[in-house]
Design a protein around this ligand. Structure first.
Ligand SMILES: Nc1ncnc2c1ncn2[C@@H]1O[C@H](COP(=O)(O)OP(=O)(O)O)[C@@H](O)[C@H]1O
Ligand SMILES: [Mg+2]
Length: 612
């Protein structure tokens, strides 16, 4: 089997330095502002609990010292009095219980805050994506950015609890360090020397890990895609029919193996070095221990102080280790944070001109002037100087071979893209000058590749005008106009029927049934301009004829564009625009075009012959 031509993993891979990770930390304050805003109460409880809890380690260690010294003191006495001892024990017990409760409060509020924040940020990403232009969404670099922002929600939640724990641990450590400095300042030095190498190690690996994951974004996207087409009910038929399993599985294996090998190497190296540095830490603990023991033997400190110091030292060591590894994890996640805020802050392409109000009622109609257009990232012009007029109230059909540019022309009418040159005017005003939402609101459109939402039938129709989702009248009217009422009647649950196969009790529909539903969306609002882009390709000739008969009757006085390959439909239009290779070849009424022996007349005769 031929291997797909994958890029080598070393080429085009940018690297990210430790510096980048620390620079990314500047997003942390903004991040916490967002978390605070999701729930000030939870945030407050969490912070308070952590603050109180941060002093429990030193308190417990200190009580331990007091208890041991008190025991030794009592052992040496003739008349023993244990009241003080029991007080200490009771106090320690109280602190241990309180600290356990506080930890639970912290965990709980962490996870609640995390869930809330992750939901809010996902919602933000959905909203932001909708503000982006189609050309931005079709740009692969851009799409990767979106992907990173979307897929790293869990990381951001981790980041939150890591940073909060960091603050808590910082306070704990300050108290422990104060204790050590009071009794034996040398210990601090030993401690710091033992911990620094492993910190550097961690920091180095975390930025390598991140830049690896980042440079593999598009491959991981491909892996997801292969996973999807390899195991899913929508592709199952073709995969079986064409015997694609091996092709897909091998392509998946090849790519995933290469990713596995790079990450494996990294993980092994990191663990190897990590364990060496860890041994260093253990040695330093025993060095410190020997130092303290010698001091006890020399009578410089008590046994209680010995337990306190060795306890503090050990505690501090693990705290510091946690602190540093969290620090690297934080700077690593902060890079993901940067991806997220980069995405949220993306510049929206907006015209700086103040929008002109759209005419209440369209007077003259559209004028298309020498329109040229190439898709972003492509040099080839899809539209090469298209000019024509679509009068108010006129019904025009676009005809032309596949790829002629019909759908593209519609997309420009709807302002999904900016023309390379030329313009479209509505009542003499360039359509770019209107507020885009208000402008699109005037259209009732069904696209050739409309989306099949795996929602209920009601929802599938209502997406045409989602504000009316509870308005049964509007929905039923729209369904009747598009013949979708036949589909509704065939469903056991009627309009509340779940569609598609993804969710339980979903009902899959035929291509023609889906089209009738999609067509109903165009009727959901009383739009001034109706556009139907091959809405009936999956219907039989009889049904298509009926759909269009209704359409013509129902849209009297409305400006409309229909695209169809069936001439029985096309001839119902007032005028027909024949596109060829991105240019207007012919424009006129059916009769006029038939008299003129060009493409239209040829194609019409060809199709008519087929029906004879
Ligand atoms: N999103 C896109 N990016 C790049 N090229 C596109 C895109 N959509 C369509 N094209 C290209 O534009 C040309 C016209 O397509 P289209 O307008 O869909 O044709 P029609 O609707 O007449 O069949 C085709 O060559 C097609 O490959
Ligand atoms: Mg098309």
């Amino acid at each position: 089997m031929a291997k797909p031509p994958f890029k080598s993993i070393t080429e085009n891979k940018s690297t990210t330095s430790i510096k980048d990770s620390f620079q990314a930390l500047k997003f942390v304050p903004r991040f916490f502002k967002e978390i605070y805003q999701t729930s000030p109460q939870l945030f407050f409880i969490n912070i308070t609990a952590r603050l109180i809890n941060s002093i429990s380690p030193i308190a417990i260690l200190w009580l331990g010292k007091l208890i041991i010294d008190e025991i030794i003191h009592q052992v040496s006495l003739e008349n023993k009095d244990l009241t003080v001892l029991w007080k200490y024990v009771a106090l320690e017990l109280g602190i241990v219980i309180a600290s356990d409760l506080l930890s639970r409060v912290i965990n709980l509020t962490d996870s609640l805050l995390g869930d809330l924040y992750s939901n809010r940020s996902s919602e933000k990403i959905i909203r932001k994506s909708s503000e982006l232009s189609i050309s931005q969404l079709e740009d692969p670099d851009f799409y990767d950015k979106l992907e990173r922002a979307r897929s790293q929600t869990v990381r951001r939640v981790d980041l939150m609890s890591n940073i909060l724990s960091q603050a808590e641990s910082l306070i704990s450590m300050t108290t422990l360090i104060a204790g050590l400095i009071y009794f034996a300042p040398v210990l601090i030095l030993i401690l710091i020397l033992s911990i620094i190498p492993s910190f550097i190690n961690e920091a180095k690996f975390s930025s390598t890990r991140y830049s690896l994951a980042r440079s593999w974004t598009s491959e991981r996207r491909e892996l997801d895609y292969l996973r999807f087409i390899g195991a899913n009910n929508q592709t199952a038929r073709e995969v079986k029919l064409f015997g694609l399993t091996d092709f897909i599985a091998e392509r998946f294996r090849e790519l995933s193996d290469r990713y596995y090998h790079v990450t494996k190497k990294l993980a092994i190296k990191q663990n190897l070095l990590g364990s060496i540095f860890n041994i260093l830490g253990v040695l330093s603990y025993y060095g410190a221990y020997i130092y303290i023991v010698l001091k006890v033997v020399a009578g410089a400190i008590t046994i209680g102080e010995l337990t306190f110091l060795s306890g503090s030292f050990n505690r501090l060591r693990s705290n510091l280790q946690g602190f540093f590894s969290r620090l690297t994890r934080i700077s690593e996640s902060a890079l993901y944070l940067k991806d997220y805020f980069d995405f949220i802050d993306l510049e929206i392409e907006k015209s700086s001109l103040i929008p002109i109000p759209i005419p209440e009622k369209i007077q003259k109609g559209f004028v298309v002037k020498d329109l040229h257009f190439a898709y972003p990232g492509s040099r080839e012009e899809v539209l090469k100087g298209v000019s024509f007029e679509l009068k108010a109230g006129e019904k025009m059909a676009f005809v032309g071979q596949n790829g002629a540019g019909k759908t593209t022309l519609i997309k420009l009418f709807l302002r999904f893209y900016e023309p390379t040159s030329g313009e479209i005017l509505l009542d003499g005003i360039n359509i770019n000058r209107f507020d885009i939402d208000e402008y699109r609101q005037r259209f009732g459109v069904i696209f050739q590749d409309f989306f099949r939402y795996e929602f209920t039938l009601r929802e599938n129709i209502a997406v045409g005008n989602i504000d009316e989702i509870q308005n049964d009248r509007t929905i039923h009217d729209a369904a009747e106009k598009s013949l979708a009422n036949q589909v509704i009647e065939a469903m056991t649950l009627g309009i509340e029927q779940q569609l598609g196969r993804r969710f339980s009790n979903g009902q899959e529909l035929s291509g023609g049934q889906w089209q009738k539903i999609a067509l109903a969306r165009a009727y959901m609002k009383d739009a001034d301009i109706m556009i139907l882009d091959e809405p009936t390709s999956a219907l039989d000739a009889q049904a298509e004829y009926e759909v269009f008969k209704r359409f013509i009757g129902l849209t009297q006085g409305k400006t409309s564009i229909i695209i169809s390959h069936r001439f029985s439909t096309v001839r119902m239009a007032d005028r027909i625009l024949v596109l060829q290779n991105g240019k207007v070849l012919e424009l006129g009424t059916h009769e006029a075009l038939m008299e003129n022996p060009k493409l239209y007349a040829d194609l019409f005769k060809l199709q008519a012959a087929g029906y004879q």
